[in-house]
Design a protein. Structure first.
Length: 170
């Protein structure tokens, strides 16, 4: 793995602002290939938002040819409606990857934070600043994009672990 170059698509889903980020990594060198967010205005119908997430991620995959994808794992929200909407947005993103034959791995928010900052309870700003440093970016990415890049970096770190340690959950 140390001598192979790999491209990873990171996805931080939300109905109104899904973060996406693609990194390329080889050994200890990582760089951002592309990042941003998929925005859906509040006035846009729910189904159109899901279609936009699916289409945009499909386009990103077509343009940048990632080898795999990583997405933030589901979390439990107190509001059932919020959980359902997030699940639908995740489904649109995962389906876009599945249609393009891109394997998707889930990582918990705590695992992502611990992988990037060293603490599973790190604040979003700490994660964004560390992403900026790890990828040698000249400016801090927007929050959703930074989260997506962090998910991709976390996945790369997991790939570098020996098999017996990969399964451990944080």
């Amino acid at each position: 793995m140390a001598n192979e170059t790999i491209r990873i698509l990171g996805i931080d889903t939300s109905l109104r602002s899904t973060g996406v980020g693609i990194i390329e990594a080889r050994g200890s060198i990582m760089r951002a290939v592309a990042y941003g967010r998929i925005r859906n205005r509040p006035s846009v119908p729910h189904s159109a938002c899901l279609e936009n997430i699916f289409t945009t991620i499909s386009t990103l995959i077509g343009e940048h040819a990632p080898d795999c994808a990583a997405i933030e794992g589901a979390f439990f929200a107190k509001n059932v409606r919020t959980s359902m909407v997030l699940g639908q947005a995740r489904g649109a993103a995962i389906t876009a990857c599945a249609v393009k034959m891109i394997q998707v791995t889930e990582h918990s928010p705590r695992k992502v934070k611990a992988s990037i900052v060293g603490s599973g309870s790190a604040q979003k700003d700490q994660v964004a600043k560390m992403v900026m440093r790890l990828l040698n970016l000249s400016e801090q990415p927007q929050e959703d994009a930074a989260d997506a890049l962090a998910i991709a970096i976390c996945h790369y770190h997991q790939l570098a672990l020996p098999e017996e340690l990969r399964a451990k959950r944080i």
